[in-house]
Design a protein around this ligand. Structure first.
Ligand code: ADP
Ligand code: ZN
Ligand code: ZN
Length: 815
């Protein structure tokens, strides 16, 4: 029989697929894209059928597929193709790629109901009289009889035998005797009623005071809200809301309660605005792209506060109007819920079609959302990185918001970049990709300048608000005056004091957490390092201990130097905890909170702090880059950046780019409301162009200078880059394998590729592993891919463990 074998990708660190036999009983059920359970060595594993084949490789024992997990294949043909591309491009084991693409396995069962139709029932009745002629075979007649015994409904799980060959089953379906329905079973999900404002303009004059309050909350201040919340915030009765719903001022729908967080505590404002001229012209270009049809990439370069979200939403609306589906990728979880809810407000009430996918959902919730998408129930997906794999069909548009964000890069196998995968996916599915950012990555902007992407620019903020004015505080000068090494300059103290007296708010960014980031001995100069990593330990005062921010190990605070026994230990380099303490001392009356990974251990704490700040319950918020992203606080008039240059000195070619992005983003948090904003950047290197251009908020100037540097140094976008790390807990092994690899690489060096290394990696020891590094540069990526797949085969042949050699294609960081 044809196609009785299949090739299966399994989640093992091997770069091949495995052939299995599809046993008689499962034929017709196993298809490309199906998830199956198979025996592998002494275990059972879940794998994905990559393709069906007619024959098996000779000379190996072929085992049977044990079970099929899905009735309909989990992965569409396009997703299979995408998975293969990822495995090839990022040199990742194919089984691990598919595992990353699939929903969690602790999932709700997809079941199938087989129902007898009226025609089927009538026929079965007739068949009770013998001698009636029918076009059905014996097995089919028997099946129909069995179905009626079960009151005409049979519920089956995947893999269960029906006692009927698949062809016969299909024949009965075609002839209209039976009907098949896929159903999702699982725990009932908790939902809540959410309300949104509906009347967008006019006809609101006759609203009373209470109704106006509801309107203000839903339309301009908060956006769609759970009804329970709305009742509390607006102080109105349920009856009033019900009347407003009936009168058509609002609409409402049920939406799953997200256990992870309530985004409305963060004070995000919604959008319900007519597009302004700038937005309109960007949107026109996007619509034009749709009219053209087919694949294309556009970059929406819009300054902070230019209203990009509004443009995204219109674009999604346009996609739906064309009968297609859309994926919106955002860099962090908090934003998925916010944008997800806005999408529901726009599209959801009329049509239950928005799914939200992110890693803070429980496995059951995630699987459920995933299957809703797979079954075509949701046509808009909003999510973080892995939502790029959302199994929508007929994809029209993928949006990648803040496309430069590091969170799109997965820093474990498969090491893909969600933004790049989004573009490839759009290409495979002949859809459009829309990348948005105020500070695009160099690669992306370069593609736009070269005409590979279409560039759309929005240079002004909405409502003609001006960008914040940015000033540099030269810390060298500050020291000349004060002769004190304080992390907070006089200018910043004065600025914060003004905020307090005018009753506005201040944000203070310090991109290191903890109290001091190093502990040194004055006697011998030794610093306290982590026992597992070559990194100095950070002092955390509130917990009174030293912590490693890479592996989490802790040590007691030493009283004397462990090397020379000297008593003169000192703490060096201020972190967020320290800055918070200073601010509290300086402004004893102020309401101050800190937001970093220590204070925001849970999503709840994070939301609480942001919510308190948004609602005006705090005056000053100190924190790490968690503060810099996306938030739309209306009363912030001052942003202070402490040691803006700390990220400039990292041994990484993206250091300047990252610094510029962070400074621009955080400057974008000031002056978003009616009040103008001011930003103070403290630095010891005010001359550096990353800082100079951030002060002027001049992206194009930064791009040009940075591009020059990249060209001189042969870094992306002028070359393709791959980072190879060889690692092992035994330093001997790490060195030996590096040497072998070096020998393998050496004949290739200097031809189409430059190979640097092996050298000790910047993080020479990490989590007990010793690390050596190669950096491969080539003007042709295909050269890198070929060389590296050869190298990996070489490793396998020489029994270098698969986990010891880490290949990072297009690395975001070289640390
Ligand atoms: P960006 O992502 O570009 O920084 P946002 O999309 O967050 O900007 O929009 C900034 C603010 O401007 C939001 O509060 C949004 O509701 C508001 N906004 C968007 N479009 C308009 C418009 N056309 N008129 C007035 N306000 C708008
Ligand atoms: Zn010492
Ligand atoms: Zn460590």
């Amino acid at each position: 029989m044809k196609e009785s074998y299949c090739n299966i990708a399994l989640p093992v660190p091997l770069r091949t697929t495995f052939t299995y036999l599809v046993p008689e009983g499962l034929r017709g059920q196993v298809q490309a894209g199906s998830r199956v359970l198979v025996p592998f060595r002494k275990k059972s594993l879940v794998g994905v059928v990559v393709e069906m084949t007619e024959d098996a490789p000779e000379g190996t024992r072929i085992r049977d597929v044990s079970r099929v997990l899905d009735l309909a294949p989990a992965l569409t043909p396009k997703l299979l193709e995408l998975g293969r591309w990822i495995a090839g491009y990022y040199l990742a084991p194919i089984g691990e790629v598919f595992r990353a693409m699939l929903p969690p396995q602790t999932e709700i069962a997809l079941k199938r109901q087989i129902l007898a139709t009226e025609a089927g029932k009538a026929l079965a009745e007739k068949l009770k009289d013998r001698g009636v002629l029918t076009d059905l075979g014996n097995a089919e007649v028997e099946f129909l009889g069995k179905l009626l015994e079960k009151k005409g409904v049979l519920t089956v799980t995947p893999g269960r035998k029906l006692g009927l060959p698949p062809q016969a089953f299909e024949r009965m379906q075609r002839r209209g005797y039976i009907e098949v329905r896929e159903i999702l079973e699982g725990r009932k999900r908790k939902t809540q009623q959410v309300a949104a404002w509906k009347v967008k303009d006019g006809s609101t004059q006759k609203l009373g005071e209470q109704e106006q309050r509801v309107r203000a909350l839903l339309e301009t201040e908060r956006g769609p809200l759970p009804v329970a919340r709305l009742l509390k915030l607006a102080h109105v009765s349920r009856a009033l809301l019900e009347r407003m719903l009936r009168d058509g001022f609002m609409e409402s729908w049920e939406e799953p309660v997200d256990p992870a967080e309530d985004p409305f505590e963060t004070g995000y404002t919604p959008s319900a605005h007519a597009l302004n001229e700038t937005q309109e012209s960007a949107f026109k270009a996007i619509r034009g792209r749709f009219e053209l049809g087919g694949f294309g990439v556009q970059l929406l370069h819009g300054v902070t506060g230019s209203g990009k979200t509004e443009v995204y939403l219109r674009s999604v609306q346009e996609t739906l109007a064309h009968g297609k589906t859309a994926i919106v990728l955002v860099p962090e979880i908090a934003l998925t819920l916010w944008i997800g809810r806005q999408c529901r407000a726009w599209f959801g009430a009329r049509f239950e079609g928005v799914a939200v996918l992110h890693s803070a959902l429980s496995d059951v919730e995630r699987a459920r959302e995933w299957w809703r998408v797979r079954k075509g129930e949701a046509r808009v997906v909003v999510g973080t990185r892995s939502a790029v794999f959302a199994p929508v069909e007929n994809l029209g548009l993928i949006i990648v918001d803040e496309e430069q964000e590091g969170s799109y890069k997965q820093e474990e196998t498969p090491r893909y970049n969600g933004r790049d995968v989004a573009i490839v996916r759009a290409k495979l599915e002949s859809g459009a990709a829309l990348l948005g950012s105020a500070t695009p990555s160099l690669e992306t902007y370069n593609n736009a300048i070269n005409g590979k992407y279409e560039l759309l620019t929005m240079t002004t903020r909405v409502e003609n608000r001006s960008l914040a004015s940015v000033e540099i505080v030269d810390m060298r000068e500050d020291f000349q005056h004060t002769h004190q090494a304080s992390p907070i300059s006089r200018a910043l103290y004065t600025g914060i004091g003004e905020c307090l007296s005018f009753n506005t708010q201040a944000l203070v960014l310090i991109n290191r957490r903890g109290y001091s980031w190093s502990v040194l001995c004055r006697g011998c100069g030794a610093s306290v390092e982590c026992v597992n990593c070559s990194i100095s330990m950070t002092y955390h005062k509130s917990r009174n201990r030293l912590e490693c921010h890479y592996c989490g190990s802790v040590q007691a605070v030493p009283k004397t130097c462990t090397k020379c026994d000297s008593k003169y230990i000192y703490f060096f380099g201020e972190g967020s905890e320290h800055v918070e303490e200073r601010l509290r001392r300086e402004f004893p009356g102020a309401r101050i909170a800190r937001l970093d990974r220590d204070t925001a251990r849970t999503k709840q704490q994070y939301q609480e702090t942001l919510g308190a700040f948004a609602s005006g319950a705090l005056d000053i918020l100190v924190g790490t880059q968690m503060l810099a992203k996306g938030h739309d606080f209306q009363r912030v008039t001052l942003v202070g950046v402490i040691s803006a240059d700390s990220s400039l000195s990292l041994p990484d070619f993206r250091a300047a780019e990252r610094t510029f992005q962070l400074l621009t983003q955080v400057a974008g948090r000031a002056g978003r409301g009616e009040l103008p904003g001011r930003v103070l950047i403290q630095t010891y290197y005010p001359e550096h162009y990353a800082i100079q251009d951030a002060v002027r908020q001049d992206y194009v100037s930064f791009y040009e200078r940075e591009l020059h540097f990249r060209r001189m140094m042969a870094y992306p976008p002028f070359t393709s880059l791959a980072n190879v790390i060889v690692r092992d807990t035994d330093p001997e092994n790490a060195i030996k394998w590096s040497r072998w690899l070096a020998e393998y690489f050496s004949p290739h060096d200097g031809k189409a590729v430059r190979i640097l290394g092996p050298a000790s990696a910047p993080l020479a020891r990490l989590k007990k592993e010793h690390r050596y590094q190669f950096l491969l540069k080539s003007s042709k990526r295909s050269v890198l891919t070929k060389l590296l797949s050869g190298a990996l085969a070489f490793c396998e042949a020489n029994e270098i463990p698969g986990t010891a050699v880490l290949v990072d294609m297009d690395p975001l960081t070289l640390l």
